[in-house]
Design a protein around this ligand. Structure first.
Ligand code: X8Z
Ligand code: ZN
Length: 604
C-alpha cells in the first residue's frame, strides 16, 4: 500500500511539474498574450492619458466628444482582454502571471457589457457626468453665478447661517439633472459586471482586496466599531460648541449636525470651524499654516516645493522637470477645468507625472498637496514594473502615503523648515490638544463618511436603493453613520450625492476609509522602528531615511503582491486595526470625555 502511495504521489508530482503538450502551447499563448498587453499599454496608454488630461483641463464640446470615443474603444478593448485572460483560468501558472491575469479581469470600475452600442452609451454618460460636475455652476435670480470654488469660499469661511444655507443649497442644484443619467449608468454597469462573472457592480468593486468581498466588508465594519467611540466623542463636543455659537434654532444639543455649518461643502472635514470648537487660549497656540503661507507670500509652486522637499528628505528622488512644466497648479480664469485635485501618471516609461489642482494658499490645500505628491511619488517608485503591476498594493495604499506624511507636520518639523521659531514651537507643543483637535477634525471626521459613501452606492448597485428613495437613503445613511442632516427638506427631485465629485466621477471611496485607518498604523510602526517612544503626535519622520526606505521599498512593489504582504512589510501585521488611530488620539479622547461629562451625546 505504501509503495502504491509513493508511486501515486510521484505521478501527481510529475503531472503537476511537467506540462503536457497542450499545456506547453497554452503557456506559450499566455506569454504572447501578456507581452501583447504590455506593448499595447506602453504604446496606447500615454495617448489615452493625454486625451483624458486635455478633456479635464479644457472642458469643451469637442474634448468631451473625443474622450467619450476613446473611452468606448478603451473599455471594449479591456473587456476583450479580460475575456482572453479568463481563457487561462484552468492553466497552472506562476503566482506572478496569475496575478497579472486577475488584474486584467478585475480592473474595471464601470464596465459595459461586450456590446459596442451600450459601451458607447455608457461612455457618453460617464463623460457627461464628469463634465457636469467639473463645469457645474448655479446662477441665482439676481443673475450672479457661482461655481464650486466660489460656493466653497462661503461654506469654508462664513459664519452667517443664511449665507451658508444659500451657498450649500445653490451648489446642490447642479446635480439634479444627473439623477436619471446616474441610474441608467448603474443599469448598464451592472449588466457589464454580470457579464464579467460578478453579481453586480458592488460584487466587482469589493472583489479587489485579495480576500472574499464579504470578509473584506466585515473587516471594515469591525474597524469602524473600534473607532466609533472616538468619533462620537468628537461629534458630541463639536455639537455643544456649535450650539454655543449658533444657538438652539440652528443646532440643538441632542440632534444630528446640520451639514451647512460644518465648514465644508460635504461636512467631511470640520477643520475650518476649529476656532469655534477649540477657542484660543493664552500661552497656548497651535500653528496656523494659512497665516504662515500668507505672511511669507508663498506662491502655489513654492507650496508644492515644500511638500516635495519632505519626500526628498526621506530618500525619494526629486520630481522630473516635466512635472513642474506640465502640471496645473493655479485655476485658469479663461476656461472650465475639473478643479478637484488629482495626480496623473501619463506615461510611465517616460516618468511623465503631473498634478492638477486649483491650489488656494491655505492650510487645507497645503495638506492636499502632500496627499497628491503621495500619489506622484508612488508612481515614480513603481514605474519600473510591468504596466499591469503599476498600481497601489490596494487602492487605499495609494491614498495613504501622502496623508501619512502630513502626520509628521509637527511643530518640530515646522521649526526645522523655518516656518516658526523656537518660542512658537514650544507654545505649539504645549497645545497638543489643539494640534490633535485640528488633525481629528479632518482625519477622524472623514472616517464614517468614507465608509458610508460606498455602502450607499452598494445599495444602488444591489438594487436595494432605487430612484424612489435615492436621496432619502443618502440622508438616512449620513444621519446613521455621521450624525449629519441636511439643512432643509430634500425631496427626491434632488440628487445630493451627485454634488460630490466621486459620485459623478465614479471614483470608489472605500480607498479613503482604508487610507485613514492605515496611515496611523504606518505612522506608529515607522516611529517605533525609528526608536521613538514618545507621543505619536510629536513624532515626525522628516529626514528619517530608514522610514523612507520602508516606504519607498513598499511602494516599489506596486500591486505585484497581495496588499497584506506589503502591509506586513511596514507594520509587521497583516490586519487593519483601529488601535493605532486610537493611540494617536488618546490624549484628545481623554480631554473630550472630560468636556463631555455632563453633556448628552449621540443622536437618534
Ligand atoms: O479626492 C481626494 C483627493 C484626490 S484622490 C483630493 N480626497 C477625498 C475627497 O476629497 O473627498 C482626499 C480626501 C478624500
Ligand atoms: Zn488621492
Amino acid at each position: 500500500m505504501k509503495k502504491f502511495l509513493i508511486i501515486l504521489s510521484i505521478i501527481v508530482i510529475v503531472t503537476s511539474c511537467v506540462p503536457s503538450g497542450e499545456q506547453t502551447n497554452q503557456i506559450e499563448d499566455l506569454d504572447v498574450f501578456l507581452n501583447e498587453v504590455e506593448n499595447e499599454n506602453l504604446e496606447f496608454g500615454p495617448i489615452i492619458s493625454s486625451a483624458s488630461w486635455i478633456s479635464s483641463n479644457f472642458i469643451t464640446f469637442d474634448s468631451q466628444k473625443v474622450i467619450a470615443d476613446y473611452g468606448t474603444r478603451y473599455t471594449l478593448d479591456a473587456l476583450d482582454k479580460a475575456r482572453r485572460a479568463s481563457s487561462f483560468d484552468d492553466l497552472e501558472v506562476s503566482d506572478e502571471k496569475r496575478r497579472m491575469l486577475n488584474i486584467l479581469k478585475t480592473s474595471f470600475v464601470m464596465p459595459p457589457p461586450l456590446d459596442s452600442e451600450l459601451a458607447a452609451e455608457l461612455s457618453k454618460i460617464t463623460t457627461s457626468l464628469g463634465a457636469m460636475y467639473g463645469s457645474g455652476e448655479h446662477c441665482f435670480d439676481d443673475g450672479v453665478c457661482y461655481d464650486l470654488e466660489a460656493f466653497e469660499a462661503i461654506i469654508d469661511n462664513s459664519r452667517d447661517p443664511k449665507e451658508l444655507l444659500k451657498a450649500w443649497s445653490g451648489w446642490h442644484e447642479i446635480s439634479k439633472p444627473m439623477k436619471p443619467m446616474y441610474m441608467r449608468m448603474v443599469e448598464i454597469g451592472n449588466q457589464g459586471a454580470n457579464d464579467l462573472g460578478y453579481q453586480n457592480l458592488s460584487d466587482l468593486w469589493f472583489s479587489k482586496y485579495d480576500m472574499p468581498g464579504d470578509e473584506f466588508l466585515m473587516e471594515t465594519d469591525r474597524v469602524w466599531s473600534e473607532v466609533k467611540p472616538l468619533y462620537d466623542a468628537l461629534h458630541c463636543h463639536v455639537r455643544a460648541k456649535l450650539n454655543d455659537h449658533y444657538g438652539d434654532d440652528i443646532v440643538s444639543t441632542s440632534d444630528p449636525l446640520p451639514v451647512h455649518i460644518l465648514g465644508n461643502m460635504w461636512g467631511q472635514s470640520w477643520s475650518n470651524i476649529y476656532d469655534i470648537v477649540y477657542p484660543k487660549q493664552e500661552e497656548l497656540s497651535t500653528v496656523n499654516l494659512t497665516e504662515i503661507i500668507e505672511e511669507r507670500k508663498l506662491s502655489e509652486i513654492e507650496m508644492v516645493e515644500y511638500a516635495e522637499d519632505f519626500f526628498i528628505s526621506i530618500g525619494f528622488e526629486a520630481l522630473p522637470d516635466t512635472f513642474w512644466e506640465r502640471s496645473l497648479f493655479v485655476k485658469p480664469l479663461d476656461r472650465s477645468v475639473v478643479c478637484h485635485a488629482s495626480a496623473w501618471n501619463l506615461d510611465s516609461a517616460n516618468n511623465d507625472l503631473r498634478i492638477k489642482m486649483c491650489i488656494e494658499k491655505n492650510e487645507e490645500d497645503f495638506i492636499t498637496i502632500h496627499h497628491e505628491l503621495g500619489h506622484i511619488f508612488y508612481y515614480q517608485a513603481y514605474n519600473h514594473l510591468p504596466t499591469l503591476f503599476q498600481g497601489g498594493a490596494n487602492d487605499g495604499f495609494h491614498e495613504a502615503f501622502g496623508d501619512l506624511l502630513t502626520l509628521s507636520i509637527t511643530p518640530d518639523y515646522l521649526k526645522k523648515i523655518n516656518f516658526i521659531n523656537q518660542e512658537e514651537a514650544d507654545r505649539a507643543e504645549k497645545d497638543f490638544i489643539g494640534l490633535l483637535m485640528k488633525q481629528a477634525l479632518e482625519g477622524v471626521v472623514i472616517i464614517p463618511w468614507a465608509l458610508m459613501l460606498d455602502k450607499w452606492r452598494a445599495g444602488i448597485f444591489e438594487g436595494d436603493i432605487t430612484k424612489e428613495n435615492l436621496n432619502e437613503s443618502w440622508w438616512e445613511m449620513r444621519k446613521y453613520y455621521q450624525g449629519i442632516v441636511p439643512p432643509s427638506e430634500r425631496s427626491e427631485d434632488y440628487f445630493d450625492a451627485g454634488a460630490k465629485y466621486h459620485i459623478p466621477g465614479n471614483t470608489p471611496y472605500t480607498r479613503y476609509y482604508l487610507a485613514r485607518i492605515m496611515q496611523y498604523q504606518f505612522h506608529e510602526a515607522l516611529c517605533k522602528a525609528a526608536g521613538y517612544d514618545g507621543y505619536l503626535h510629536e513624532c515626525s519622520v522628516y529626514g528619517n531615511e530608514a522610514a523612507g526606505e520602508k516606504i519607498i521599498s513598499t511602494m516599489a512593489l506596486g500591486q505585484s503582491l497581495p496588499w497584506q504582504d506589503a502591509f506586513e512589510k511596514i507594520t509587521g501585521s497583516r490586519e487593519l486595526s483601529g488601535d493605532s488611530i486610537l493611540n494617536y488620539y488618546a490624549p484628545l479622547k481623554k480631554w473630550l470625555d472630560e468636556q463631555n461629562e455632563f453633556r448628552t451625546c449621540g443622536w437618534e
